[in-house]
Design a protein around this ligand. Structure first.
Ligand SMILES: CC(C)(COP(=O)(O)OP(=O)(O)OC[C@H]1O[C@@H](n2cnc3c(N)ncnc32)[C@H](O)[C@@H]1OP(=O)(O)O)[C@@H](O)C(=O)NCCC(=O)NCCS
Length: 155
């Protein structure tokens, strides 16, 4: 816990730009993990047509190490989709160093800035999936939606 929190100090968020899009598209998760998250390219295609999407890169120094996309749509008819993490992935070589924790905190900070007090996330259940990570981050399972597990966290 202390190690991953200490590492977080060196991470920062950045918007996608023509300069970093190439590096963003080369982000790769570990073997088998692509079962649990769509590619950055897929996420950015959704962001292109979704004004409520909030895609950001995580940098460690000059290197892109992660991608997170939130959705902020307070009037969405499905409550679980109003405010939370839509996509999150950390490069295989950078996992286990607090990048994911940093990304969750960054989404929480942005949600609070928008006046929200709770964030949600949906994940695919299964061996090797992110459930233990999200529970570690303080999400509580609240149900299921579209065959995925829903987690919520007060912020
Ligand atoms: C899930 C994922 C985002 C976690 O990112 P990460 O940078 O490796 O996680 P962190 O290093 O920030 O871990 C934070 C804490 O969660 C714990 N944790 C992370 N992954 C875990 C796992 N699979 N099982 C148990 N604990 C885990 C860490 O041990 C750490 O605990 P600590 O604070 O007590 O040290 C990353 O593994 C990933 O990109 N997976 C593939 C894509 C994916 O599943 N995305 C989620 C889609 S909904």
């Amino acid at each position: 816990m202390l190690a991953s929190i200490a590492n977080m100090a060196s991470y920062r968020l950045a918007e996608l730009t023509p300069d970093n899009i190439g590096e963003a598209l080369r982000l790769e998760v570990g073997p088998g993990q692509d079962t649990f998250v769509a590619s950055v390219a897929d996420s950015l295609a959704h962001a292109y047509v979704s004004p409520s999407a909030w895609p950001r890169l995580v940098y460690d120094g000059d290197a892109v190490v992660g991608f997170v996309m939130a959705n902020f749509e307070p009037y969405h008819e499905i409550e679980e989709l109003q405010c939370g993490i839509w996509r999150l992935l950390v490069a295989a070589h950078a996992q286990g160093r607090g990048v994911g924790r940093f990304a969750v905190e960054a989404v929480a900070t942005e949600a609070r800035r928008r006046g929200q007090s709770r964030i949600t996330v949906l994940w695919v259940p299964g061996e090797g999936g992110p459930q233990d990570f999200y529970e570690r981050m303080g999400f509580t399972i609240t149900g299921k939606l579209f065959g995925q597990v829903v987690g919520a966290k007060q912020i």
